[in-house]
Ligand binder design. Structure first.
Ligand code: DC
Length: 227
């Protein structure tokens, strides 16, 4: 591998398979995996614990700026102010709360700054909603992962149940629709496919197929002096 730092940006709605795929690609390519959604979840957790209303932009801007967020163990553990919060942030309450705080411009500014710093020091696979459009608009490789609401809800239910959390398909599907709507209609850096991102509908694809498809896109875009 050359010294050139590569940004592989993966964006898309909740449940499209971003985390699973991004982790595998990072391991395969030897890049750092960065889950930006976990950072919004961390700030939301801090707010909830402190009794801060999720629309209190003044307080939330301060929390986001002050939060020391570390993505440890190849990006798979989330540390907030020295505490491992990994298992606390994967709940429906935190999904919804993260979506709410992520609409606040000051919160986004603080976390986007942190994300740009992380991507400046080494090659990364970074997943989120606005990586290819806003955080790293010049990323060499951009992928927009999508899937039908039904498939995404079924995946979410399976993940939640695997963690011992109760989950109802219809409720989860409605929560995903609400979150899609909020994430894609907010004024600041909404969920959107970058014009130069490759679009992949993963509804009928296996994890291995998605991984291979993205590796092919990666090779195409980083070879022949194009990247
Ligand atoms: O990817 P996730 O489900 O963990 O993200 C939680 C919320 O955080 C998501 O609903 C919207 C927000 N988010 C964002 O606005 N921008 C990102 N780059 C990542 C997540």
């Amino acid at each position: 591998m050359s010294d050139r730092k590569i940004i592989l940006a993966i964006d898309g709605p909740a449940g499209a398979g971003k985390s699973t795929i991004a982790k595998r690609l990072a391991a395969r390519l030897g890049f750092l995996y960065i889950d930006t959604g976990a950072m919004y979840r961390a700030v939301a957790l801090w707010a909830i614990r402190g009794g801060v209303a999720l629309n209190d932009s003044h307080k939330l801007d301060q929390l986001a700026a002050m939060a020391e967020i570390e993505l440890a163990e190849q990006g798979t553990r989330v540390i907030l102010n020295g505490e491992d919060i990994t298992s606390l942030i994967r709940t429906q309450v935190l999904s919804d709360a993260a979506s709410q705080v992520s609409a606040l411009p000051g919160v986004r500014r603080a976390l986007v700054d942190k994300q740009r710093e992380m991507g400046a020091v080494q090659s990364v696979v970074m997943e989120g909603r606005d990586i290819g459009t806003n955080v790293f608009p010049k990323a060499q490789v951009k992928v927009y992962l999508d899937a039908s609401v039904e498939v995404r809800a079924a995946r979410r239910v399976r993940d939640l149940r695997a963690k011992g959390q109760p989950a109802d398909l219809a409720v989860v599907a409605q929560e995903i629709r609400d979150r899609d709507n909020r994430d894609s209609t907010r004024a600041d850096a909404p969920l959107r496919q970058a014009p130069d991102a490759a679009y992949l509908d993963t509804s009928l694809m296996s994890i291995e197929e998605v991984e291979e498809a993205i590796l092919k896109i990666y090779r195409d875009r980083t070879s022949n002096g194009k990247g």
